[in-house]
Write a protein that binds this ligand. Sequence first.
Ligand code: BES
Ligand code: ZN
Ligand code: ZN
Length: 474
Amino acid sequence: MQLEIINKPQQYSAVLLLTSDIQSIKEQKIVPTSFYAYIEKYISEGKNTCLLLPSEEQLCVVALVLEEKKDGAALVESYRRLASKAFGLLTKEKVADLAIVGDVEAHYLCSFIEGFYLSSYRFEKYKSTSTKEVIARVGVQEGLYESLVPIVHVCEANFVARTLVNEPVCYLTAPQLSQEIQVLSQTHGFTVDILEKQQIEDLKMGGLLAVNKGSEVPPTFNILEWKAEDAKNSQPVVLVGKGVVYDTGGYDLKTGGHMSHMKMDMGGAAAVVGTVCALAKNEVPIHVIGLIPATDNRIGPNGLVSDDVINMYDGTTVEVKNTDAEGRLILADALAYAKKYTPALVIDLATLTGAAMRVTSHYGTAMMGNASKETKAELMSAGENVHERLIEFPFWEEFEDEIKSDVADIKNLGNPAGGASTAGKFLEHFTDYPWIHLDIAGPAFVEKPYHYLTTGGTGVGVRLLYDFLSKGNF
Ligand code: BES
Ligand code: ZN
Ligand code: ZN
């Protein structure tokens, strides 16, 4: 979808008016007078709605914002959702080009257009015929266009993440993920260093190598960097993303349908890639490093088994008690590697546990960690702003006791209850800096469309981290 500055709204095959009162509808002179009574009936109902008003010259849509009880972030989100409704109606009508005008405050109009843009994502690479239903051109008022450009860049970066998640492992292997990152680094202006298997072996990243043992495809370790010339932070923020390009569970094989959708298990990696793309594209004045350990988790003649003891990058020994708890093994090496940057803050994102998903569903993300209360509050408020909400999970030291091992320093499995928190405690072992862990197992993927999210990968994390990092309060 291409955004452009409107010359005349009449030049588009459809025009959308975002408004909340009949007076301004009359003033705009876009809607034929014969519809006024019809619109007033809906206004009296007091609910946000979209009305299709076909006239001879062009299709007219009135998006009515009437939920006055909402305020703050909830109101902003209602604009995005109203936009997704409008998008649905207009694509059904096969509208190819559209002008969007409105009389609401500019930042609400921006959120509306953001919701509209986010709704336009399609993943059709493997379809023999394209549905061709997507609106190609959207005209906006000149004064608004400038402020929409960076927002569109963030939406595009969210799409990058959605696509990486949607790609199946038959295409998106670990080396292919690195290849994609390389291409994106050139188009968006950040740098990347890709470590191949030999270098990973030389570094003794035992967690990443252990998970990769059952695979025929080598692992990669990806180091992304965006350092603006005028970067405000002297110590970088490090983002770590779980890059399990497919999780079969390994010898603790996923059964009962649980393997389905496990191409999403690199949702954390996708979020890191998307965030770095957005920061670089908008030239946000900060210094950020992205670390992505990538591999599939499969069965093979030499595959990892339960009871194996492995040596991690930082020298910790780990007793493997479940090969399906693989995410924490690869993340541990990346978290230990992050120490070399003496980071101001490290945030990891991972589709780490079914336990987190059972609590949050796809409505939010589980948060844990040892960063300051203020930093966590700042990240949570970014979550409210972009409607990628966070909920803090318990992080009591008792969970740490559960991962003590009889034969090694620690083991990769706790008790059946509180699984998201023991996974978090496992990760904490490898940190020595302010750190926040985001378990995105719930919100990384939706099985059917949800407002402006399309079926499949959601790109969760990109808009969240962009909002948080671009404000610079870390
Ligand atoms: N990738 C899964 C977690 C997951 C589950 C992500 C559902 C998205 C949706 C992870 O590697 C896993 O298998 N975790 C196990 C851990 C357990 C063996 C301790 C789980 O949650 O069951
Ligand atoms: Zn697993
Ligand atoms: Zn996994």
